[in-house]
Design a protein around this ligand. Structure first.
Ligand SMILES: N[C@@H](CCC[C@H](N)C(=O)O)C(=O)O
Length: 291
């Protein structure tokens, strides 16, 4: 199969974007893996498919596959690239855009300076919905939140905050993100048996009440230069742990994302994420028949 694609990046989190508005390409998980492969394919952390509106006042459907070929619920940096793609390719002039992702609807707004703000919806703290199995664990309260002791090889119990931004996140506090054990603990946390659908692992260094540094070991992709939902989850956790103000600049290895969350107990307040979205190049590629 011969296809056209666009390579994009948002704060260094990179994507292959496919136009499926005129019909599905019907790619297999192995073909998504091929596209994401940095040696044999194009190379990407995620593959984003732009599909026609499913109706209900929505402009498009937005489908996300991780580099490992698995379909996932959310991708924050991808959402910003999605808007830029739709506008640059002339698929819509609407601003803001309303799109459907796997289990939710998102509102995406492009600014005059090219940055994009995404209403990522409200975070979910119900453990069963993350999903996280806390049975038999004793929570450690902090601020208006809690952390859960996660037993990791050689490290013992490591306290993590657990929440969902539509996709699952575990956030742990570190003193220095540069020297944090992302490469070793990341895969252990990602596949920990307490997370039945695996999890994205965020390593959060609080610099001040409005500034953090973050590295994320992403489920199905490994460490990426930035993770949008990871930034939202880290800031929400930091606010509830009593460490952060409602507006925070998140320094990732690939750039800065600004996250805003007005926490009001009892109300489902949405998280807003603002950051860059850039087209790298357009291309064409032959995809082998892989099942
Ligand atoms: N890079 C993303 C998140 C992509 C999905 C994630 N790896 C998962 O499996 O949930 C972002 O910017 O949010």
């Amino acid at each position: 199969m011969h296809i056209r694609f666009t390579k994009m990046q948002g704060a260094g989190n990179d994507f292959v974007v496919l136009d499926e508005t005129q019909g599905r390409l019907g790619l297999s998980a192995a073909q998504y893996r091929f596209l994401a492969d940095r040696h044999f394919g194009v190379g990407a952390d995620q593959i984003l498919s732009v599909r026609a509106s499913p109706g209900r006042g929505l402009d498009f459907e937005y489908v996300i596959h991780n580099a490992d070929g698995g379909q996932v619920e959310q991708c924050g940096n991808g959402a910003r690239c999605f808007v830029r793609y739709v506008h640059d390719k002339g698929l819509s002039t609407r601003n803001p855009l309303r799109v459907k992702v796997m289990n939710a609807e998102l509102e995406l707004k492009m600014h005059a300076d090219g940055r994009v703000t995404v209403d990522m919806g409200a975070p979910v703290f119900t453990l069963g919905q993350v999903p996280f199995d806390a049975q038999g664990l004793k929570p450690q309260p902090m601020g208006s939140f809690e952390r859960w002791p996660l037993d990791l090889p050689y490290a013992g119990d490591v306290p993590v905050a657990v929440l969902s931004m539509g996709n699952p996140h575990a956030v742990l506090l570190v003193d220095d993100v540069q020297s944090a054990p992302v490469a070793s603990w990341g895969p252990w946390i990602e596949s920990h048996e307490r997370f039945p659908r695996r999890v994205n692992a965020g390593f959060l260094q609080v610099v001040g009440r409005g500034e953090v540094r973050l590295r994320v070991y992403e489920r199905g992709a490994g460490e990426t230069l930035a993770c949008g939902t990871g930034a939202c989850a880290a800031v929400v956790a930091g606010i509830r742990l009593g460490l952060l103000d409602p507006r925070v600049d998140v320094h990732t290895r690939g750039g800065v994302l600004t996250i805003e969350w007005r926490h009001t107990p009892g109300l489902d307040q949405p998280v807003f994420m603002t950051g860059p979205a850039t087209t790298v190049f357009d291309g064409e590629i032959d995809i082998p028949d892989l099942v």
